[in-house]
Write a protein that binds this ligand. Structure first.
Ligand code: SF4
Ligand code: SF4
Length: 181
């Protein structure tokens, strides 16, 4: 059974004071499976949102007024699909890159100056390890599920103000998908 996703970090993010919002001007990738999960969650909660997803090179939650994600609640500053949100949203402030030459997935974390949560986990080794393992589980599933073109597009995104915390060998299937993209 999948463990609870990012439960202990929710309050930190809803009180984020960095002036940098993770839910603005952002297009987290949504796989077919994630879309199905989100749609059934919205149905179960009887939340009706017209066309919640948009698509360019990949599917992502539609952006609304002010550049906010359609699932961002302006009043509470919380995500209305928190328990089923996209993988990159769960993993934050941990992000990833893929180095095709070395065959590794590289892990990065945001700097504290742009993310309060990063500061909290970086000061507490146990919390960092715990969150990193959740982030790995989420992001490794994501890179497996995305098609090569979508993944290649996501890797073009710049992640400023982050630094590398480690790397792991990547599944050969993901690498060949990228080579063929
Ligand atoms: S992850 Fe960091 S920057 Fe994003 S909302 Fe949470 S505390 Fe703010
Ligand atoms: S899905 Fe939720 S956490 Fe992710 S960007 Fe949208 S509002 Fe923020």
């Amino acid at each position: 059974m999948m463990r609870k996703r990012q439960e202990e970090f929710f309050d930190v993010c809803s009180r984020c004071k960095t002036g940098y919002s993770c839910c603005n001007d952002t297009t987290p990738p949504v796989t077919e499976e994630r879309r199905r999960i989100i749609e059934s969650y919205l149905k179960e909660k009887r939340v009706s949102i017209k066309d919640p997803f948009a698509k360019k090179e990949y599917v992502f939650p539609r952006l609304i007024e002010g550049g906010y994600c359609v699932f961002h609640d302006k009043k509470t500053r919380k995500c209305i699909i928190h328990s089923v949100k996209p993988e990159t949203c769960v993993a934050g402030p941990i992000t990833f890159d893929i180095n095709i030459r070395s065959g590794k997935i590289e892990w990065f974390i945001k700097r504290e100056k742009i993310c309060q949560l990063a500061g909290i986990v970086l000061r507490d080794k146990e919390r960092l390890e715990k969150h990193w393992s959740v982030a790995k589980e989420e992001l490794l599933r994501l890179v497996k599920e995305l098609d090569g073109k979508a993944l290649a597009e996501i890797l073009k995104k710049d992640e400023p103000e982050t630094f590398k915390i480690g790397e792991d060998c990547l599944d050969e299937g993901v690498l060949s998908k990228l080579k063929g993209a």
